[in-house]
Write a protein that binds this ligand. Structure first.
Ligand code: ADP
Length: 425
């Protein structure tokens, strides 16, 4: 079994989705579960929220996840990081990789965020986002992890105790044997961590084949496409099979990202039933509004999806934030949407789409969900999932947690059509 530790929630789903597409049956857990794994799996992805917390806490949580995964029999460990290598000189990619290496008594690990299919390439150790160097991309202005250096060897060296080296594109192009030989040489030279170039998905496939015996790898979701083949697993629709979907359909949207705004507009234009929640009204009369929303939606529940949304334009969001404060506005909306989601699941919703990373986190927590089986992809990076144990539901809950900027305009209707037809695009 492949054991994976992801440093954030939507990143975990992205990784799980890639593994399923490559043929593995995957369970994703929210944090480290206290109960046993709910179903058989070829890979288990533990979703932490450790990307920007204190390095010592990130290490502690990652080691706890490692211990749990090893108790399940994990043979290899995949530390999933962001494809833009989000980190600071304090961490957390370096300290967590170092700690996992110590715990696994391993003296070498690769580190690569490359995923050429998604426009993340690494060339001579430098990360490109689309056509631009990382340091010229929007990531240079990130509020928490501004990435101003594209040279990943230097970035990793600043945060790791190990000497950091490079496996460059010429070596990778020669195939698994050459990569293994290079790793052997780097180990002799005292290098503990190597950034690896990948400028095409074929590079990742060659790298993955060379890592069949590696105890640990640190990577974005890209490298995952190469690992199932090492254990004789090939792409198969069976890996994505979920139990039959039952119950009413609802979309809860708390994302204000452009993609989600377009999805809300598309849903409206198709004549879908929409209930809009406004944070200022929630602040003034929240209890009545939430109760009214639950009653109005509960009266219309069916297999035709309803949409409950707080999604608003950047200007409307700024107005609400100016009056309520940024965090208070977000917390009000997240609390309202997750309470409504819980009430509607209690009243028979069996298929739920949630739009927004934070909003998804709030809903999953309120629903008491700790484990998800990963199903087929709706749009890149966004699969249907199934939670077996949700508030006493015999059939469990089909759930899609969509990061705000993902998905095509018709996502809120097409997602349910795909689930009902059982067909993956
Ligand atoms: P995304 O994945 O697009 O970033 P998130 O759910 O992670 O979406 O973040 C959106 C945040 O904005 C949440 O905290 C949500 O509660 C908040 N929010 C949603 N609607 C509004 C609104 N109308 N005004 C202010 N904040 C809002």
């Amino acid at each position: 079994m492949l054991g994976c530790i992801a440093d954030d929630f939507t990143g975990a789903t992205d990784l799980a989705n890639n593994l399923v597409r490559a043929g593995m049956r995957v369970m994703q857990t929210i944090g480290i579960p206290t109960e046993p794994l709910g179903a058989d799996a070829d890979a288990v992805v533990v979703a932490l929220k450790s990307r920007t917390i204190e390095p010592s806490l990130a290490v502690e949580q990652s080691l706890a996840a490692l211990q749990w995964l090893r108790s399940l029999g994990a043979r290899q460990i995949y530390f999933k990081i962001c494809s833009t290598f989000d980190s600071t000189p304090r961490g957390n990619i370096g300290p967590v990789t170092d700690a996992l290496m110590d715990a696994l008594a391993c003296d070498f690990a690769v580190a690569t965020p490359a995923f050429p299919d998604n426009g993340r390439t690494v060339f001579r150790g430098h990360l490109f986002v689309g056509e631009h160097l990382l340091s010229d991309s929007g990531m240079r202005n990130h509020p928490l992890t501004p990435m101003t250096d594209s040279n990943l060897v230097r970035v990793m060296q600043a945060q790791s105790r190990h000497q950091v080296g490079l496996i460059d594109y010429r070596c990778v192009a020669q195939g698994p044997q050459a990569i293994r030989a290079r790793i052997a040489q780097l180990r002799v030279d005292g290098v503990g961590i190597a950034v690896v170039d990948a400028i095409s998905n074929d590079d990742l496939l060659r790298l993955g084949a060379a890592l069949s015996d590696a105890p640990l790898m640190t990577a974005g979701s890209g490298l995952a496409i190469a690992l199932p083949a090492n254990v004789g697993i090939s792409p198969s629709p069976a890996a994505a099979t979920l139990p039959p979907a039952r119950g009413a359909a609802v979309v809860m949207s708390g994302s204000c990202s452009l993609a989600t705004l377009a999805q809300v507009a598309h849903f409206r234009s198709q004549g879908g039933w929409v209930l809009a929640l406004d944070p200022l009204e929630l602040a003034a009369d929240g209890e009545r509004l939430i109760a009214g929303a639950i009653d109005a939606a509960a009266a219309r529940l069916s297999s035709v999806p309803l949409l409950i949304t707080s999604s608003a334009t950047a200007r409307e969001v700024r107005d609400a934030q100016a009056q309520l404060g940024v965090e208070a506005a977000g917390a009000l909306v997240e609390a309202a949407l997750s309470r409504i989601a819980v009430a509607l699941v209690e009243r028979g919703v069996g298929r739920l789409v949630v739009a927004g990373g934070e909003t998804s986190g709030a809903c999953v927590q309120a629903l008491g969900i700790h484990q998800l089986r990963i199903g087929s992809q709706i749009d890149p990076g966004v699969p249907w999932c199934h939670a077996a144990q949700v508030m006493g539901h015999r059939d469990g809950l089909h759930l899609c947690l969509k990061s705000g900027n993902f998905g095509a305009d018709d996502f809120f209707t097409r997602a349910f059509r795909l689930l009902d037809s059982g067909v993956s695009p």
